[in-house]
Design a protein around this ligand. Structure first.
Ligand code: PMV
Length: 328
């Protein structure tokens, strides 16, 4: 009863921030994302009859931080499969964990993919995505590759593929400005924002329109329109976070220098835009032919420690021969 899966983080261009239903973890707003290729989480799940409690390790270290969320997620699958065995969960990331690089998205996508296979549950991608969403909203999107949408209806939010990764190739450059674990996790941050920000209502009321605009830009391959609406959604999300009480500031100096650098590039005619999640890293999205220009500009930006790059990639998958997998 064991399986190993790989999933990649996704970066939201239209952001999700806020929950409509805390228990089922249904987002309050629609979101749209791109799944990456070269950053990954690989997770092995092994259910053992004589194991009472789940044991979780991340990057070789016993983890207690995510243990509760992992357990809830596995309980859901155990109930479906009618077993009560504990599981050994070993997870590895080839990028910093918990620092705003969407490790919870790839982590829970890989966990649910591996665990449902190990339990021989014959779940569709959509069902796997639904289970992953209960643990981390953004994980629902990492089950699919390329451009992914997650519209939310009153009782549900279902992630689904919007456009194949190869149909509109993008390069994402990630300017790492800190490797520290973020100070406020997203669930706590979302609740604080919903409770205390005067701007929260405006954020919720305008999110659907932004989603529709971005969806159209993707389907018509309109880079300029996607750039504008993505930056707006990102800045609105950070605006609503910053106006919580106390204000949530995820940025550092490097993040702001990065924003200015991307804007300078765009003014010079380089098709590139930025987005930032609940952390200080800046992600610059461009067409592959401009990768070198954008990389050089970000490498030269004060506060940027290093620049990672990735194409768009596929959704989560089972690794049949994990030891033979190549590392990017
Ligand atoms: O999936 P969560 O609960 O970690 O929340 C993710 C929130 C953002 O990354 C900031 C935005 C998004 O849509 O991915």
């Amino acid at each position: 009863m064991q399986a190993t899966a790989q999933a990649q983080p996704n970066i939201a261009l239209i952001k999700y921030w806020g929950k409509r239903d805390l228990e089922r973890n249904i987002p309050a707003v629609d979101s749209l994302s791109i799944t990456l290729d070269s950053l990954w989480t690989r997770t092995q799940v092994e259910f053992q009859q004589d194991l009472k409690d789940d044991q979780v390790s991340i990057d070789g270290k016993q983890d207690h931080h995510q243990a509760e969320r992992v357990k809830n997620c596995l309980n859901f699958l155990r109930r479906k499969a009618g077993v009560n065995y504990g599981a050994l969960v070993r997870s590895e990331n080839n990028f910093p964990t918990g620092a705003g690089l969407a490790s919870s998205a790839s982590g829970f996508a890989a966990l649910v993919t591996a665990a449902s296979k190990a339990l021989q549950l014959d779940l569709s991608d959509s069902e796997i995505s639904d289970v992953a969403r209960r643990a981390s909203g953004s994980a629902a999107r990492s089950i699919f590759g390329g451009f992914v949408e997650m519209p939310c209806a009153p009782g549900d939010a279902i992630a689904k593929p919007l456009l194949d990764a190869k149909a509109w190739p993008f390069t994402v450059l990630i300017a790492v400005t800190s490797t520290a674990v973020k100070h406020t996790g997203s669930t706590v941050g979302m609740q604080l924002t919903a409770r205390t920000s005067d701007y929260y209502r405006a954020w919720i009321e305008t999110a659907h329109e932004d989603f529709v605009t971005a969806r159209k830009a993707v389907l018509t391959r309109d880079f300029e329109a996607l750039a504008e609406i993505s930056e707006r959604s990102c800045l609105k999300m950070h605006g609503v976070m910053m106006t919580a009480q106390p204000g949530l500031i995820y940025w550092n100096g490097g993040t702001i220098e990065g924003i200015n650098r991307v804007r300078e590039l765009r003014q010079r005619g380089v098709p590139v835009f930025f987005t930032i999640d609940a952390g200080p890293q800046l992600k610059a999205v461009c067409m592959p032919e401009h990768e070198q220009t954008v990389r050089a500009a970000l490498t030269d930006t004060p506060g940027v420690l290093k620049v990672l790059s990735s194409a768009l990639g596929d959704g989560a998958r089972i690794l049949s021969n994990p030891s033979q997998e190549t590392t990017h």
